[in-house]
Design a protein around this ligand. Structure first.
Ligand code: COA
Length: 332
């Protein structure tokens, strides 16, 4: 049995936070943000809109487009670092209930911006082993709830949204997800973290303060490691599978920073039309960014059956991953 990437869906909240809005909040400028990141605006969830609300909306679309009935879905994985609740219940179980999925296996994955690729690899393994047949993989983030809007080094980067894909069993090897690489290095954990709130910061820690529950990042160091790691990772997955970069129809990188995407794209000699870019309008939506970007090319009619996607991501942990995924659904 193989795992096929059957359909895609996404949800983008309506409220927009522009660079000029941020100019009024912190010491920054539209020019600086555009030049250093490529971001012009990002979407922010409504006050009462949760990660699971957005994830369920994206998943509902992915289910509809897959042609697979809800009762056939036997697992739901949610990649998120901004869950509805900190420890439990998982956001995946809440999404499953909102979707009306009955007694489905549901759990969250914590791999930051690489979360969607990690979740995809778990779905692939469960399907190939024969344990599950139809797995919903959701990436959903309400990063605005863990963003410090007084810190110009991070608040300009992040946005909210969700994306989802239905991965299903197939006997047709041409439809199969070809390969997925994942990796991590916890010795760089302090580059990107929410330091407080977990058992790593004890409750009597005098340093404990609300700000520690927000994301903190050493941006420049992270940037350099991201470019280095992502470049070697995508080169490796293509080489190991004897696939030339010219055979990739859509390079769908995690949308963290235009300069990182450009550096990796240039290393692979990719033409502009091969590179999917949404960072300008959504910013960095962590685990949601790759499925939201795939949904963009689907919605615009650019994604057709059989076309090869190369996914790659890098994030807190540190974690990274890449995937070679033919689109096994019907184009719009
Ligand atoms: N507006 C204006 N100036 C800013 C600023 C902002 N929003 N944020 C930082 N600066 C300033 C800094 O204070 C620094 O000033 P100084 O030179 O006087 O000290 C200067 O700009 C350069 O800062 P630096 O952090 O070196 O900039 P950079 O080119 O690395 O860009 C990021 C910053 C965050 C955009 C970039 O490092 C980045 O994208 N990092 C990786 C993000 C990422 O991939 N995360 C992992 C996956 S989610």
């Amino acid at each position: 049995m193989y795992a096929a990437f059957r359909s895609i869906g996404a949800y983008v909240p309506s409220k927009v936070l522009t660079n000029s809005d941020l100019e009024a909040m912190v010491d920054t400028s539209d020019e600086w943000i555009t030049k250093r990141t490529g971001i012009k605006e990002r979407h922010i969830a409504a006050e009462n809109e949760t990660t699971s609300d957005m994830g369920a909306k994206a998943a509902e679309l992915a289910i509809k487009r897959s042609g697979i009935a809800k009762h056939e879905i036997d697992m739901l994985i949610c990649a998120t670092i901004s869950p509805d609740y900190f420890c439990m219940p998982s956001t995946a179980t809440i999404i499953a209930t909102k979707l009306g999925l009955d007694k489905v296996t549901a759990f969250d994955i914590s791999a930051a911006c690489t979360g969607f690729i990690y979740a995809l690899s778990v779905a692939k393994a469960f399907i190939e082993s024969g344990m599950k047949k139809n797995v919903l993989v959701v990436g959903a983030e309400r990063l605005s709830s863990i963003t410090d809007y007084t810190d110009r080094g991070t608040c300009i980067l992040f946005g909210d949204g969700a994306g989802a894909a239905l991965i299903s069993a197939t006997e047709d090897k041409n439809e199969a997800i070809i390969d997925i690489h994942t990796g991590s290095d916890g010795s760089f954990a302090d580059l990107l973290m929410t330091p407080n709130g977990g058992s790593g910061s004890l409750h009597d820690n005098p340093e404990r303060e609300a700000a520690g529950c927000f994301m903190q990042m050493k941006g420049n160091e992270t940037f350099k490691i991201a470019v280095r790691t992502l470049t070697s990772d995508v080169v490796e997955i293509l080489e190991q599978n004897n696939i030339a970069s010219s055979d990739v129809k859509h390079f769908v990188p995690h949308q963290a920073n235009y300069r990182i995407i450009k550096a990796v794209g240039d290393a692979l000699n990719l033409a502009d039309e091969q590179v999917v870019l949404t960072v300008e309008k959504y910013g960095n939506t962590s685990g949601a960014s790759i499925p939201m970007a795939i949904n963009d090319i689907y919605e615009s009619g650019r994604l057709q059956n059989g076309e090869l996607m190369l996914l790659d991501a890098f994030g807190g942990g540190l974690t990274w991953g890449s995937a070679l995924v033919p689109f096994a659904g019907k184009g719009k």
